[in-house]
Design a protein around this ligand. Structure first.
Ligand code: BJW
Length: 245
């Protein structure tokens, strides 16, 4: 789908550009999305595994799921969509990337100003001490992993029913309110509070553009909804914007 000229113009003249991403941006890197057909693991949905209750009941099962995903993410590389976002950051006067993804691919593509709303798949947290460590081992030995203190380690990730970390959610809402243009990329926009961020931008008078493979519940409130693959649309948008500046 062609990129409307108004979108190119708004991004080019933006004084504060924000990008909100979801699992769809990493789909072209081979990382499964949550709500697509490929989002299932052993017939479990994310909602059945990404909860404190699931971890309490069967930590080994939950860790097996994360170990499987760490394997996929470890083999994946940033795609042209991640790279275009990184270039947009470098050319924007003011920029923030808010990602719901835990795969770390934005950072690997060179993005710097990032808030990882839902955590990071390479980090683990002691359930007793709250200490956080990074562990890049794939596959993990002896599931579930334990802290040196003897307590269980859990993924340093925000599960359903858990509050987001105050620092990251405060930054995200502030950025959503202050930016004049937001690109919403590859998210089904059903998980709160992330799904509210484009509405915050819209209500504050900002221009909101959605780039997604299919329409979502927020499509109607956006200023422009571009249907297609982010790995194709974002590089084209970034190229057109760079020519306009
Ligand atoms: C492409 C593409 C391509 C594909 N190019 N596009 C208010 C109202 C209702 C409910 C709630 C509410 N507030 C809180 C809740 C409860 C809950 C919630 O939102 N539930 C909904 C499901 C209804 N939220 C929470 O529990 C949050 N906590 C919270 O708010 O605390 C306070 C509170 C608690 C309880 C009650 C009330 C208040 C925490 C949410 C944590 C979400 N965590 C997860 C799992 C992390 C685990 C992990 O990664 O291991 O984060 S859920 C999962 O969904 C993951 C994702 O980050 C998140 C969003 O998914 P995303 O990124 O949008 O992916 P998909 O798969 O859904 O969509 C991909 C899209 O890409 C699709 O549209 C494709 O078409 C598209 N696409 N290829 C472009 N190439």
């Amino acid at each position: 789908m062609a990129i409307p000229d108004q979108v190119v113009q708004k991004v080019a003249e933006s004084k504060f550009l924000t990008v909100l991403t979801g699992a769809g941006i990493s789909a072209e890197s081979g990382v499964p999305t949550f709500r697509g057909q490929d989002g299932l693991w052993k017939n479990y949905r994310a909602e059945e595994l990404a909860t404190p209750e699931a971890f309490q009941k069967d930590p080994k099962l939950v860790w097996e799921w994360y170990d499987w995903r760490r394997g996929i993410v470890g083999d994946a590389n940033p795609n042209p969509g991640h790279e275009a976002i990184s270039r947009l950051e470098k050319s924007a006067p003011n920029f923030y990337l808010i990602t719901q993804n835990v795969d770390g691919l934005h950072e690997r593509a060179g993005s710097c100003k990032i808030v990882e709303l839902h955590g990071n798949i390479w980090k683990m947290r002691c359930v007793k001490e709250g200490t956080i460590k990074t562990d890049l081992t794939v596959p993990l030995e002896n599931l579930p992993p334990h802290c040196e203190c003897g307590a269980l380690l859990r993924p340093h990730i925000v599960w359903f029913g858990e509050s987001l970390w105050p620092d990251s959610i405060e930054t995200a809402f502030l950025v959503a309110e202050e930016c004049d243009c937001m690109l919403v990329v590859g998210t089904s926009a059903v998980v709160q509070p992330a799904a509210s961020l484009p509405l915050v931008t819209k209500r504050a008078g900002g221009f909101v553009v959605e780039i997604n493979a299919e329409p979502t519940p927020i499509s109607d409130m956006t200023d422009s909804s571009i249907l297609g693959k982010s790995g194709e649309i974002l590089p084209e948008l970034e190229y057109l914007v760079s020519k306009r500046k």
